[in-house]
Design a protein around this ligand. Structure first.
Ligand code: ADP
Ligand code: ADP
Length: 227
């Protein structure tokens, strides 16, 4: 589904080689961790998938098609089929859980009559149906993050990218978030999680890509943290 073929990314001006000759294939329906120290290239990897950055060398393919071929409108469409979750949940503080999720449907082609049902369904999926009326400040960090995940998947993107999704969470909430991400994956979504959370990577085993200074130094199909 997502293929990096001899991809290097060198940032201009500083000439930083953020990714160095990366070859990797993430298949449809996989759950993949991306681990590596700060500066190893994890964000760059995500940015290339989103076509927020272009490779200096090599090619990124999505469903067999090179991303560089996409023009502006196609790129916008491409980004809409990728759900994103960040370390900070980035919820709108004045909207309750339900409205935060529904908000994400406004810029899509989903018909208005479907919004309520879709929102209910994803809130159920993240275990927060009962919190639909709560404002972000009335929820725990973990609950807020699960609302953010619901928002990211409400448009049913085939791919979900999570960048340090448990970075602000206590161990219990982190495990809860991981279980939710796994459930989403079991429904068929390809999930890529960039993380420093060693215990999670070792507890919930999945294919693990390890980046070191922009190089892919490990691609372990059974997971495990090797930094
Ligand atoms: P993280 O480890 O959480 O990915 P970073 O500090 O590596 O955080 O990067 C945070 C953001 O700053 C990213 O969007 C990255 O592209 C950008 N960034 C990182 N290093 C530089 C740099 N040297 N010059 C400009 N932008 C940078
Ligand atoms: P990570 O997400 O693993 O922390 P990044 O992809 O953010 O790593 O960064 C990889 C390398 O590229 C780092 O050396 C970082 O400083 C550099 N970098 C990231 N973004 C930029 C940018 N916009 N301009 C210049 N250098 C950058």
């Amino acid at each position: 589904m997502i293929e990096f073929h001899h991809v290097s990314l060198e940032y201009p001006i500083t000439r930083t080689l953020a990714l160095d000759d990366l070859n990797v294939h993430v298949r449809r329906g996989e759950f993949v961790y991306l681990v590596g120290h700060s500066g190893a290239g994890k964000s760059s990897f995500m940015n290339l998938i989103l076509k927020r950055a272009l490779p200096s060398r090599g090619e990124v393919y999505f469903s067999g098609e090179p991303l560089k071929r996409y023009r502006r409108a196609r790129t916008a469409m491409h980004r809409r089929r990728i759900g994103m979750v960040f370390q900070d949940n980035q919820l709108l503080p004045h909207l309750n859980a339900f409205d935060n999720v529904t908000f994400a449907l406004r810029v899509t082609g989903v018909k208005k009559v479907e919004w309520q049902e879709r929102t209910r369904e994803v809130l159920r999926l993240v275990g927060l149906e009962h919190k639909h009326g709560a404002l972000p400040m009335q929820m725990s960090q973990g609950e807020q993050q699960r609302v953010a995940i619901a928002r990211a998947i409400v448009c049913e993107p085939p791919v979900l990218l999570a960048d340090e999704p448990t970075g602000n969470l206590d161990p219990d909430s982190s495990r809860e978030v991981l279980r939710v991400l796994q459930n989403i994956n079991l429904r068929g979504t390809t999930v890529i999680v960039a993380t420093h959370a060693r215990d999670l990577v070792e507890t919930y085993r999945h294919r693990t890509l390890t980046l070191r200074k922009g190089r892919l130094v490990r691609d372990d199909p059974y997971g495990g943290y090797a930094l």
